[in-house]
Design a protein around this ligand. Structure first.
Ligand code: NAD
Length: 295
C-alpha cells in the first residue's frame, strides 16, 4: 500500500488558545481517515505583533505546514505576504485561509460563503427586503457581501466607527449597485429596526469579553429575523431576547462550521459532511452541566 500523505495545518491569531477550530478540523479529518494535525500559533502567547504574521507564515512554510487559517488581528496584515488572492479574498481585502501551492502562498476567504451557507440552511425564505447589519469590520464585510449576493434588496450598515460603516457601504454599492446599501449611526437604530425585515450582529458584542447587546433590544419587532456571528456563547443576549419575542433567529455557530467546511475542502480536496461538524460544534459550545447539589 502506498504511504498515505499527511496534512499539517495551523491557525495564526491572537488569544486563540481556546479556539475550537483545531478540534473541528481534526475530528472531520478522523472521520475521513486522514492524517491531519492542526496547531495554533498564538501571537499573544509568542509576544509577537500582528505585523509579524509574514515572518510566522514563512516559518510555518519552512516547517512543512500545508496551509494556515488566519484570524483576528492578522486577516488584513497578512495580505502583503501573499502571492495571489482568490476572488473572495480580493473582494473583501481580507484572508482567513492561506494555502501553500508550490512556491506560492495563496490567500482565500471562506467567511462570506460560511455565512451564506449557514443562512440558507438556518433561515430559508427569510425576507431580505431591508436588512440592518451592525458591525463593519472583517466579519461585517463578509456578511454584507454575502447578504447582497443572497438577494438582499437593501442593507444599512451601522458601526460605532462611522467612517468604517461608510467605507463598507460604499464597497457594497460598488459591488452590488448604487441603491442597495447605505450607512447610519447607532442612534438611528430604533428607527431602522422599526422597518427592518432582518438584523445581523457582526460586532463582538455579546461575547463574555464584550457583554450586552449591540442594538437597543426594546426596538426589536417579532417580524424581524435576527442573526448573530458570535457563537460563544451560543445564546447571546441579542438572540435570547429575539427568540423570547418570537423572532426567527440564527446563531454564529453555523457560519463558523461552514467556513471551516470550506477551508477543510481547500486544504484536503475533500468536502466534509457538515452534519457531524455542526453536531461537534454544538457539543463543544454547550454549557457544562451544572453539578448536582449535595444535600
Ligand atoms: P473587527 O474588530 O474587525 O470589527 C468589529 C466592528 O464592530 C468594528 O468596526 C467596531 O467598530 C464595531 N463595533 C463594536 N462594537 C459596536 C457596537 N456596540 N455598535 C456598533 N458597532 C460596533 O472584528 P471582526 O473580525 O469583524 O469580528 C467581529 C465578531 O465576529 C467577533 O466576535 C468574531 O469572533 C466574530 N466572527 C465570527 C465568525 C464566525 O464564523 N461565526 C467569523 C468571523 C468573525
Amino acid at each position: 500500500m502506498p504511504p498515505r500523505r499527511s496534512h499539517l495545518v495551523g491557525l495564526i491569531g491572537a488569544g486563540i488558545g481556546p479556539s475550537l477550530t483545531p478540534e473541528l478540523h481534526e475530528r472531520a479529518a478522523e472521520r475521513h481517515g486522514l492524517r491531519y494535525v492542526y496547531r495554533t500559533i498564538d501571537i499573544d502567547a509568542l509576544g509577537r505583533p500582528a505585523s509579524d504574521v509574514g515572518t510566522l507564515l514563512a516559518a510555518a512554510r519552512e516547517f512543512g505546514f500545508d496551509a494556515l487559517n488566519i484570524t483576528h488581528p492578522c486577516k488584513r496584515a497578512v495580505l502583503p505576504f501573499l502571492d495571489r488572492l482568490s476572488p473572495e479574498a480580493s473582494l473583501l481585502g481580507a484572508v482567513n485561509t492561506v494555502l501553500f501551492d508550490g512556491s506560492a502562498a495563496v490567500g482565500h476567504n471562506t467567511d462570506g460563503s460560511g455565512f451564506a451557507r449557514s443562512f440558507a440552511r438556518g433561515l430559508p425564505d427569510a425576507d431580505l427586503d431591508r436588512v440592518v447589519l451592525v458591525g463593519a469590520g472583517g466579519a461585517g464585510a463578509a456578511v454584507g457581501h454575502a447578504l447582497l449576493d443572497l438577494g438582499a434588496a437593501h442593507l444599512t450598515v451601522v458601526d460605532t466607527d462611522g467612517a468604517r460603516a461608510g467605507d463598507l457601504a460604499a464597497d457594497l454599492r460598488a459591488h452590488a449597485g448604487a441603491d442597495r446599501a447605505g450607512h447610519a449611526a447607532p442612534a438611528d437604530l430604533p428607527a431602522l429596526l422599526a422597518g427592518a425585515s432582518g438584523l445581523v450582529n457582526a460586532t463582538p458584542v455579546g461575547m463574555a469579553a464584550h457583554p450586552g447587546a449591540p442594538v437597543p433590544l426594546e426596538a426589536l419587532r417579532p417580524r424581524t429575523w435576527v442573526a448573530d456571528v458570535v457563537y460563544r456563547p451560543a445564546d447571546t443576549p441579542l438572540l435570547d431576547h429575539a427568540a423570547a419575542l418570537g423572532c426567527r433567529t440564527l446563531g454564529g455557530a453555523g457560519m463558523a462550521v461552514f467556513q471551516a467546511v470550506e477551508a477543510f475542502r481547500l486544504v484536503t480536496g475533500i468536502a466534509p459532511d457538515p452534519g457531524p461538524m455542526l453536531a461537534d460544534m454544538s457539543a463543544l459550545t454547550a454549557p457544562p452541566p451544572t453539578a448536582p447539589r449535595l444535600p
